[in-house]
Design a protein around this ligand. Structure first.
Ligand code: BGC
Length: 415
C-alpha cells in the first residue's frame, strides 16, 4: 500500500471506530428551572463534544417526585434511560432489583475513591461497585434574603429562630411577605428539617430523623420543633399552596418577599437573574444551623443497556460527570459545590466557599447530616410517609402537635 492509501485507510479506520463508539445517552433529570437548565446544558455539551447524542428526558417538578414516578413506569415497561437522577438510599433500592450497571472500570481507571468523600462514595456503590456517578454537594440548610428588602425593614439575616420571628415581623411591617414558600410536600419538609436542625441540633436531628429513634421522635424537643414549624407558616403568604420553588425564589429576587428557606439550587436562580451574592442577595445558614450542614448529593444512577455503542456512551457520560471541567462549570451555575474534594474553589463565590469550608469542617466534627427532604437519609417509603404527615400538619391548623408527633413516629416505623 502506498503512503497516501495508508493515510486514507487510517483515517477511515478512525472515522469508523468513532462511528461505532458514538452512541446515545438518554438522561432523566428534573433540572428545568433557569439556573438548573443552564447547569444541565454543560453536561449535554461535554457529551456531544465526544460525538455522542444527548437525549433529554426532563420531567419538570422540583424535588423530583414526578421524575421518579415517570422513571418507574419507564423501567417497568423495559425501557430504562442510560442515566437517571437518583439519590441516596434509592440507589441501593434500584441496584437490588439488578437494574444498575457497575461502572468500576471507569471508576478505577479514574481513581474515584481517592477523589470523593467516603460519605458520598459509599452511597454510590452497591456490593462494592460504583453504580452511580455523583455530580455535586448541595447544602440544604440555607436562608436566602433580598439585601435591599432586609435593609428597608432594618434587619439583618437572622441567625436564630427567635431572630427569625423578629425579622419576619419587621418585614411584614415594611409591607413585604416575610418568607417566600411553595406549598409542596418536599418544600414543606425542606423547611421542617432546617427547623428541626436549628431547634434540636445535629444530634437530635440524627437520632430522630435519620435513625428514626422512637424515644427521640416522641420527645419534648419534637414538640418544640413542631411548634416552631407552625409559627414559621404564619410568616408565609396565603397563595403559597402548590407554588413551585423557583417562583418562591423569584419573589425574593423581585423584593416581594424578604427570605426563603431553600437549598442552594436557589442561588442558581439568583445568579441566572444577574444578581450578585453579598450585594443583591444574602446567603446565610438557616437559623440556628451555622455549625451544621445538611447535605444533598445529586447523582446519576446508570442503568443496564443492551446496545454496545450506547454502553460506551454511558461510560463516557460517567467519566464526564466526574471530570474536573464539568464539576466546576456545572456547579458554578447550579449553586452547589463540586463533590470532588481535589478541586480549587477560586472561581466560586463566597456562598460556595462558605459551603465548601462548612462541608469539610462538619464532616470532621460530626454535624454533617443527610437531608431527608432530598432523599439522602431513609428508605423512600418511610421518607414519603413522614413527608406526608409533616405537610398535613403544615396545611391543617387543627392537627395538634401531639397528633403530628404520634403520626410522624408511626410513619417512621413504616406503619
Ligand atoms: C435536587 C436539586 C434540584 C432541586 C429542585 C433537589 O432535590 O437535588 O438538584 O435543583 O431538587 O428541583
Amino acid at each position: 500500500m502506498n503512503a497516501k492509501l495508508t493515510m486514507v485507510a487510517a483515517s477511515l479506520a478512525l472515522a469508523l471506530s468513532s462511528a461505532v463508539q458514538a452512541g446515545e445517552v438518554e438522561v432523566l433529570h428534573w433540572w428545568t428551572a433557569g439556573g438548573e437548565a443552564k447547569a444541565a446544558q454543560g453536561l449535554k455539551a461535554s457529551l456531544q463534544a465526544k460525538g455522542h447524542t444527548w437525549k433529554d428526558f426532563a420531567v419538570a417538578g422540583g424535588g423530583g417526585d414526578s421524575a421518579m414516578t415517570v422513571l418507574k413506569s419507564r423501567v417497568v415497561s423495559g425501557n430504562a434511560p442510560a442515566a437517571a437522577q437518583i439519590k441516596g438510599p434509592s440507589i441501593q433500592e434500584w441496584a437490588r432489583e439488578g437494574l444498575l450497571q457497575p461502572m468500576d472500570a471507569v471508576a478505577k481507571a479514574e481513581g474515584w475513591d481517592a477523589k470523593l468523600p467516603k460519605v458520598v462514595s459509599d452511597v454510590m456503590k452497591f456490593n462494592g461497585q460504583y453504580v452511580a456517578a455523583p455530580v455535586n454537594v448541595h447544602r440544604v440548610n440555607w436562608l436566602w434574603a433580598n439585601a435591599a428588602v432586609l435593609k428597608k425593614a432594618g434587619v439583618k439575616a437572622p441567625t436564630t429562630w427567635d431572630e427569625f420571628f423578629v425579622a419576619a415581623e419587621a418585614l411584614k411591617k415594611a409591607g413585604v411577605i416575610p418568607l417566600a414558600h411553595g406549598g409542596q410536600n418536599w418544600q414543606d419538609f425542606t423547611v421542617f428539617e432546617s427547623v428541626a436542625l436549628g431547634v434540636g441540633g445535629p444530634e437530635f436531628y440524627k437520632k430522630a430523623l435519620v435513625q428514626l429513634d422512637a424515644a427521640t421522635l416522641n420527645s419534648a424537643t419534637m414538640d418544640k420543633v413542631l411548634e416552631t414549624f407552625r409559627k414559621v407558616k404564619a410568616t408565609t403568604d396565603k397563595n403559597s399552596p402548590g407554588r413551585d420553588w423557583n417562583l418562591a425564589t423569584a419573589m425574593v429576587i423581585k423584593g416581594e418577599a424578604g427570605m426563603q428557606l431553600m437549598g442552594d439550587w436557589a442561588k442558581g436562580e439568583f445568579l441566572a437573574a444577574g444578581k450578585a451574592p453579598g450585594k443583591d442577595f444574602v446567603c446565610a445558614a438557616a437559623p440556628g444551623t451555622a455549625k451544621s450542614f445538611t447535605f444533598n448529593v445529586d447523582s446519576f444512577a446508570l442503568f443496564k443497556l443492551k446496545n454496545s455503542a450506547n454502553q460506551a456512551a454511558q461510560r463516557d457520560f460517567a467519566s464526564a460527570v466526574m471530570s474536573p471541567e464539568f464539576q466546576e462549570l456545572f456547579n458554578l451555575n447550579k449553586g452547589s459545590i463540586p463533590v470532588r474534594t481535589d478541586l480549587k474553589m477560586d472561581k466560586f463565590d463566597d456562598c460556595a466557599k462558605q459551603s465548601n469550608a462548612d462541608f469539610l469542617a462538619t464532616a470532621k466534627g460530626g454535624s454533617l447530616v443527610p437531608s431527608i427532604a432530598h432523599g439522602m437519609a431513609v428508605p423512600s417509603a418511610v421518607e414519603g410517609g413522614i413527608k406526608d404527615v409533616v405537610s398535613q400538619f403544615w396545611n391543617n391548623d387543627s392537627m395538634t402537635v401531639a397528633q403530628a408527633k404520634q403520626r410522624i413516629a408511626a410513619a417512621a416505623k413504616g406503619s
